[in-house]
Design a protein around this ligand. Sequence first.
Ligand SMILES: NC(=O)c1ccc[n+]([C@@H]2O[C@H](COP(=O)([O-])OP(=O)(O)OC[C@H]3O[C@@H](n4cnc5c(N)ncnc54)[C@H](O)[C@@H]3O)[C@@H](O)[C@H]2O)c1
Length: 288
Amino acid sequence: MTETSPGGATATGSAGAGNAGAGSAGAGSAAAAGRLAGKVALVTGAARGQGAAAVRRLAEEGARVLATDVTDPDGVAFLPAEQEGRVRFARLDVTSEEQWAGAIDRVIEEFGRLDVLVNNAGVLHFGTLEDTSLTDYLRVITVNQVGTFLGMRAAAKPMRETGGGSIINLSSIEGLAAAPLLTAYTASKFAIRGMTKVAALELGQHGIRVNSIHPGMIDTPMISEALGGYQPDLAPVARKLALRTIGRPEDIAAMVAFLASDDSRYCTGAEFVADGGATATHALNVTG
Ligand SMILES: NC(=O)c1ccc[n+]([C@@H]2O[C@H](COP(=O)([O-])OP(=O)(O)OC[C@H]3O[C@@H](n4cnc5c(N)ncnc54)[C@H](O)[C@@H]3O)[C@@H](O)[C@H]2O)c1
């Protein structure tokens, strides 16, 4: 694994900024300061999007974090200067068993323990069932589903050895209900939701909690990347939601921080939805 020293400028939109219901960045930070003090987290897919937001929020609340990704972060430009000492970056391709072993060694070497694993890395592929190639199907399954399996398996031992931990798996609303053009993605996200519960049942006796997060549509580069760079107009989607707005990475980071903290000490094997109300209705909604 190669290593990059954290550094760089404050990200566009600071951690915790505008988290609905979590207070403003300033007030929220002050109220929650130290909630994760003493905890060590490993976040996958942390170079951008929701992973980067999760790293900022976890560090803001006092955790030390090994931020990992298969690519170099955008200059780790997501870190406010005061968080730099609490965050390290390491390369981790979540599909590699060998690299998972290296990342676990690294987090123990760097911070001495592992309390929180955020299985966030994911890829999206749009295509009808008939047009989805086996290569594309397996790529999505391998990153999203196999990557989550390998991560949970690698984290269990170090967490057991220190008396427990929290594993947070990024599923999706496509892990709760289907959407056309998303066969591979939906399969992978249902699988994550299912294996989260198996892991919760097996690991609960060791003090390890395992939960899944189910975001709705969140404003990150994931969708445009899956569309070959095309930026779709998301306004028509937003208009269908109860909250009339697309989510932000910080909205999911707030939920990650809750599940990482002892505030969620009695939550395991559960599904945490943050979707603006997307799954509150069904196709027979007569108002459109
Ligand atoms: N954005 C959304 O609307 C949305 C909705 C529901 C769920 N999710 C899920 O949330 C998670 C984060 O999504 P995002 O929107 O921030 O996506 P993103 O595309 O902005 O970021 C994903 C990150 O994962 C990394 N990655 C890809 N393959 C990897 C691999 N093999 N190993 C390690 N890292 C790898 C990428 O380099 C990237 O930094 C994903 O699991 C995604 O499926 C996203």
